[in-house]
Design a protein around this ligand. Sequence first.
Ligand code: CA
Length: 490
Amino acid sequence: MKQLLLIALLFAPVVHAEAKKPNILFIFTDDHALKSLSAYGGPLAKIAPTPHLDRIAKEGMLFEHCLVSNSICAPSRAVVLTGKYSHLNGQLTNKGSFDGSQQTAPKLLRKAGYQTAIVGKWHLKSTPTGFDHFEVLKGQGQYYNPMLITNGRSVNHTGYTTDIITDQALKWLKQRDTKNPFFLMCQHKAPHGRWEPALRHLNTFEEIKIPEPPTLFDYYSGRSAASANHKMGIAEDIGPSRLMFRYSSKFTPEQFKIFDGHFRPRNEAFEKLNLQGRDRTRWNYQRYIKNYLRCVKAVDENVGRMLKFLDDSGLAKHTVVIYSSDQGFWLGEHGWFDKRWMYEESLHTPLLVRWPGVTKPGSTSDALVSNLDFAETFLDIARTETPKDMQGRSLKPLLSGKTPADWRKTHYYHYYEAGGHGVPIHYGVTDGHFKLIRFPDEKLNTWEFFDLKTDPMEMKSRYGDSEYTQPITKLKKELDRLRKQYKVKE
Ligand code: CA
């Protein structure tokens, strides 16, 4: 008996260590272009560094090609929750309400013993399901003084929303039941428009001229009529509220005094200049990009606060930190703001993962991964079986430094919100070298094809070009194969 007890005592800590499942902290932003995350490099990296986000990459893995399946807010969130394409999870556009009765990763994690919580932006209209705790903005929310629906009750907060979401996420982490692992989705409104910076950042970048992207003035020749019909131009479509001639938040009088005190004199000076044509577009771009980057700066600071809490509480080594955004965004390329297109800047989204003991610090992956893989990855981290009807694949092998030989070589994309910012329904496939896009609308009824190696800015479609007959035919076949594999009907 004594011997048995001794054996039990010897093995008990080992069994406990093996059984301990990692915590998962998923930090998710809205509309964060990877060009404004300095770990990804590029012309903005030095001007607007994001040291805290970069830290996740330095201590973990940066994914160079995380491609979304439908580049728009609510649909992307539904893909993350379900691990299924929009046509199967039902969230095709921003208009509908998410069917919360269906299978989701948080529900499965909860069943597996995780405490689950979501704090911040939900944007799926229906009441969140699968969470022990939810504290979410109503709809888009606002940048100042948000109301958070806290487990069904409306609670008003005063302050800057990016800070408040972090405050509330930390508050939940501190009071959670520490016996079980946690799955926390900390989801920011930022840097979604209309870009109202924190008061402390009103003057950040004030004296700098942000470099313009080479395609700021794009005439859309060389492609189908689709992109020329856009309504997301920094020149014509951006409007007064996105440029801080009108404000979206309801400020306190003290906040208003500072916020309006910054923008009003600058707006009046601008109006006196009466800029026209390209000069006006250039001014719009500077106003837009600076406020966007100021909103990113607050995100970065708040990511730093979360990482510091993990360090200080000793949770860091048991917690997988995942940072991503619901899609990419146009920072003036092709003259645009917004997202939606299958073109590179809105198709790519940032993805950084820190998994101590599993992922080699400072590593990168060039594999084609997707937000379709997030749910499966959460479940795999939790050592929980992935249901067969999920359509993505766990990133765990990649995070362990072993990309499987049969990892996907192509990615299927499908956008459904016809006419939003002038973007028509389209779908397509890319293998990272070539990209084929189909615009099925009867008025367009056309294709585009890009060689990303020779034309990374996608300025000229080579569809119908005899030089590319072979890869076009190959990608058309692949498109058919993927549509069958993913059970696409329309
Ligand atoms: Ca979004």
